[in-house]
Design a protein around this ligand. Structure first.
Ligand code: ADP
Ligand code: MG
Ligand code: MG
Length: 925
């Protein structure tokens, strides 16, 4: 029988070799693993050892006791430190002092406890004095230790900010007695007195003497660090950051080095690159003659790291060398803590540094160019949504900060459309348009928006609504337009009638025309004007104010996008219904239009009047008349889009929304329409009444319209094919794809197909030209998904309309979901809002099934997605795995989708369902 090996609970690091390494974070915690790694790559690290996270688990499972092997292993490791540092723990002549530091697998900054200078007592302090010839330093270290130990181990730390720290009280009294204001002005005698006064206070409160025995101190501190895993702060932090309680913390015991030994000593923190901008510069701060926590605590203002170059060139050189060693080794931007003791540099911590999205992108791209990492690694390192930070208009940060400090933050809503916008308030779409036409910047503020507001939304810089979630009309349209949007800002009380708005809990009345600023990246609503500017990427791609070669940010963006295109196998299209939207999308790399909604085209100019005329018609004859007037508008719209798309596929959806959305609702509007159409007002009201639906989402809409009124589909098909023919005759390629919405039964599609194909033949004959086109359908009803094999006998392509599919699969109306869905997400009944990220296990199953069944019938069936999910990275990953041909999303999400598609290909390889080659790399320039 094999002999059972003694479990290893303690890992030594120091000198030239460590027992642990960087990939042992689960066992040694992040701090312990990286301290070991730094030793292994030859960096100067004060010797120490790590007690594993397993001991923490044991500690909590065994009523706060330790495994029996632990004691000996700790003593053995302590011996090694003593040998390495040439000092002994508890030796009055030559004392070894240590720190006892927490360190979990995931960093939990400031949540747990650390004790410095452990090992000091009335006799070892004498050794420290004779070693350093510096009694003031020795007593300062000693009194800090007693206070820290009292707070952390003996539990005297104040519970909240109203509570007094007993040691602070004594310190203040001492300074008063000594007639000084700063700690640094206290002399050695004062500090020595503080030590005994602190100890007396400990005795008074706890009834026990302060432990003089260093070994007792050590075990007390180890227990306290394990104990801090379960303090309230740590528990709350773990909940918020999804860190399992079972992970536990490790404990690091490390020999002390002192940055407070005089002016040739100091301490600092640094990042190997700028964490805000990503620039490849050494970035950090340090303090002379100070101990670790002083830098972070902000007692003295630290100096920028570059000052060290002239203050101590020797140490600076060492640090710069270490910076480069660390980056070459970790191939990452690192966050470091260091201490200089009498001119000698010591590393105390390193970890991968936190960064802004902006910096993440710049660093990843730079590191590829520096040959530190591969393109694949760079693509995998950037969260697609971080790209937003490169695309959005931005506020001047200092201006925003001071506005908030001056109490101008009104409220916070949902960050529905990222970016920054500032302008005058308009409470109606019409006012917004009018104000904008006078050259003013406008923020459209509405309780909620509807399709009628579309022009006002377009004219506005940004949109602010009191109601509606991330997928509300306002949010959806704003994203498609690339507008800044803060939605669902419940604190706003908007009074349209009097043209003013109040904010809950604030004593302000804000009027139409007043300035307001909204940050769609954070959801902040700020009173007054703030300056904004478009991002550099937009300045290059869209407004053309900047030349590509003049913008480093653009070049970074562009490199990343090129790499993404090399790896992605999914196509990326856009949802657009205006030529300028389409042009923007192409600038962002869209390969086609995946959804062109025709209903938005019904609102511009006189069109809405003809649309209303059509709806209010009594006979087919009348209806055709009205439609004839609409035809030229639609045709011109499609011509514009085909020209911009120049041969890229354009999927056009026939009319989808219920007709009552086009009719007026307010009395005065009805009256106006009656006059314009020369119709009795009662007749209009009657029609409005007759079109009222209990549940419009499941009502008279989608292909049901075209089946009841074939002439609508006829007109739309004619507009599309005439436009296609006209543009083709100019020598521009066109690729129309006609898409029938809300099909549930193949017979519905057959009826619409017949109309479309007949009109196509007619137009082709009239124009003497034949244009290849596809006819397909949305799959947005469960019945369509489960009968996709039948539907594919007619449809040449599928586009999953996952907004409606989610509504119908869940049996919930998105417009009413605001009352309960947020709670579902909050209480984790659903992992995510299914309208934001595709519900892969439910709705996704139907998407998978529909794709499979469809391709059973038609092997080369083109499959895409055009719901809002087409721009969501997690959903895109799913679309890749299902084997779709493309995703379609709003223009400003196209770059994000390209990156997400590349990551999906890198993570998952080629989708199984597609018979593509194994190779990930695609030629393509
Ligand atoms: P946190 O995880 O909260 O940053 P640390 O364990 O890193 O806590 O310690 C807090 C401070 O104490 C840091 O500034 C660190 O540099 C300093 N420190 C920790 N151990 C030592 C040591 N052995 N010698 C000198 N300073 C130390
Ligand atoms: Mg630290
Ligand atoms: Mg739909």
């Amino acid at each position: 029988m094999a002999k059972k090996r003694t479990p290893k609970y303690v890992y030594f690091f120091g000198g030239k070799r460590a027992e642990g390494k960087a990939d042992m974070k689960a066992l040694l915690g992040g701090k312990g693993a990286n301290l070991a790694e730094m030793v292994n790559i030859g960096l100067p690290v004060p010797a120490g050892f790590t007690i594993t996270t397993e001991v923490c688990t044991y500690y909590y499972q065994h009523n706060h006791s330790y495994p029996k092997e632990l004691k000996k292993q700790v003593l053995d490791a302590l011996k090694k430190i003593e040998k390495e540092m040439a000092a002994q723990f508890g030796n009055p002549q030559n004392p070894l002092l240590v720190s006892v530091r927490s360190g979990a697998r995931a960093s939990m900054p400031g949540m747990m406890d650390t004790i410095l200078n452990l090992g000091l007592n009335d006799s070892t302090v004498q050794g420290l004095i004779s070693k350093t010839k510096n009694p003031r330093f020795a007593y300062d270290s000693y009194r800090r230790f007693v206070a820290m130990y009292g707070d952390v181990v003996l539990g005297l730390k104040p519970k909240d900010k109203h509570d007094h720290d007993p040691f602070e009280v004594i310190l203040d009294r001492k300074k008063q007695q000594a007639g000084v204001t700063k700690d640094t002005e206290l002399n050695a005698d004062h500090l020595k007195e503080l030590v005994s006064e602190y100890k007396a206070e400990i005795k008074r409160i706890t009834g026990h003497d302060f432990p003089e025995d260093p070994m007792e101190q050590l075990w007390g501190a180890i227990g306290a660090v394990f104990g801090s895993w379960m303090n309230e702060r740590a528990i709350v932090y773990r909940k918020l950051n999804n860190i399992p309680e079972s992970w536990g913390t490790a404990v690091n015991v490390q020999s002390m080095v002192f940055g407070n030994m005089g002016d040739d000593s100091g301490t600092g923190v640094a990042f190997t690159r700028d964490p805000a901008t990503g620039e490849n510069v050494f970035y950090g701060e340090y303090l002379f003659n100070a101990q670790g926590e002083d830098v972070v605590a902000g007692i003295r203002t630290p100096l920028p790291i570059k000052d060290l170059q002239k203050d101590n060139p020797q140490v600076y050189k060492q640090l710069v060398k270490i910076r480069s060693i660390l980056e070459k080794h970790y191939k990452e931007m690192m966050d470091i803590e260091f201490t200089i003791q009498q001119g000698k540099l010591w590393m105390l911590q390193c970890r991968v540094g936190k960064r802004t999205g902006f910096a993440a992108i710049k660093m990843a791209v730079d590191m590829v160019k520096e040959k530190l990492i591969s393109k694949e690694e760079a693509l995998l390192r950037i969260e697609p949504n971080q790209l937003n930070q490169l695309l959005r208009p931005i506020f001047d940060l200092n201006q925003k900060r001071s506005a908030i400090e001056n109490g101008r933050l009104l409220a916070k809503g949902l960050n529905a459309g990222p970016g920054a916008a500032s302008g005058k308030i308009a409470f109606s779409a019409q006012d917004a348009e009018e104000m904008a036409s006078k050259g003013e910047k406008v923020i459209l503020v509405r309780i909620e928006t509807s399709p009628e507001d579309i022009k006002g939304m377009n004219a506005a810089e940004g949109i602010l609504t009191a109601r509606g979630g991330m997928t509300s009309h306002a949010a959806l349209v704003a994203r498609q337009m690339g507008k800044v949007c803060v939605a669902g800002c419940g604190a706003l009380n908007i009074d349209y009638k009097n043209g003013l708005m109040k904010v809950e809990g604030k004593d302000v009345t804000i009027k139409e025309g007043d300035y307001i600023s909204i940050d769609g990246t954070t959801g902040e609503v700020i009173l007054g004007q703030l300056e904004t500017k478009p991002s550099e990427v937009i300045q290059v791609l869209i407004t053309k104010e900047l030349k590509p070669e003049d913008s480093e940010i653009f070049q970074t963006y562009n490199s990343l996008m090129k790499w993404a295109d090399q790896y992605k196998t999914l196509g990326v299209r856009t949802n657009a219904d205006q030529p300028d939207q389409a042009a923007n999308a192409i600038a962002f790399g869209a390969e086609g239009i995946g959804l062109c909604r025709t209903e938005h085209m019904f609102f511009g100019g006189d069109r809405i009047l003809h649309v209303r005329e059509m709806i209010l018609s009594e006979s087919e004859e009348e209806r055709k008349n009205a439609l004839d007037k609409l035809l030229p508008y639609q045709r011109a719209d499609f011509e514009g889009i085909f020209e911009v798309m120049a041969g890229k596929p354009v999927t056009i959806r026939t009319l989808d929304p219920p007709l009552h959305e086009f009719l007026p609702h307010e009395e005065h509007e009805i009256q106006q329409v009656a006059e314009e159409l020369n119709m009795p007002i009662d007749k209009i009201k009657e029609k409005i009444e007759s079109l009222k639906e209990f549940n419009p989402m499941l009502g008279f809409r989608g292909c049901r319209l075209g089946i009841s009124y074939p002439e609508i589909t006829q007109m739309q098909a004619r507009a599309i094919f005439e436009a296609a023919a006209n543009v083709a005759q100019k020598g521009i390629k066109v690729k129309p794809e006609i898409m029938i919405p809300l099909v549930g039964h193949v017979n519905e599609l057959k009826l619409q197909e017949k109309i479309v194909r007949k009109v196509a033949e007619e137009v082709f004959n009239e124009k003497g030209i034949k244009i290849p086109y596809l006819l397909g359908t949305m799959i947005e009803l469960p019945r369509a998904a489960v009968t996709a094999d039948e539907i594919a006998t007619v449809a040449e392509f599928f586009s999953f309309g996952t907004n409606d599919l989610t509504q119908t699969v869940f049996g919930l109306s998105r417009d009413d979901a605001g009352k309960f869905l947020p709670k579902y997400v909050e209480r984790e009944i659903l992992p995510k809002d299914p309208f934001e990220s595709l519900d892969t296990t439910g709705v996704g199953k139907l998407v998978e099934l529909g794709t499979k069944l469809g391709r059973q019938t038609r092997e080369n069936l083109k499959v895409g997605i055009c719901g809002e999910h087409g721009g969501d990275p997690d959903s895109i990953d799913f679309c890749h795995k299902v084997g779709m041909n493309y995703v379609s999303c709003s223009p400003f999400r196209v770059p994000i989708a390209r990156l997400a598609a590349a990551r999906a290909a890198l993570v998952n390889g080629s989708p199984k369902t597609k018979k593509s080659s194994k190779k990930v790399t695609k030629k393509k320039k």
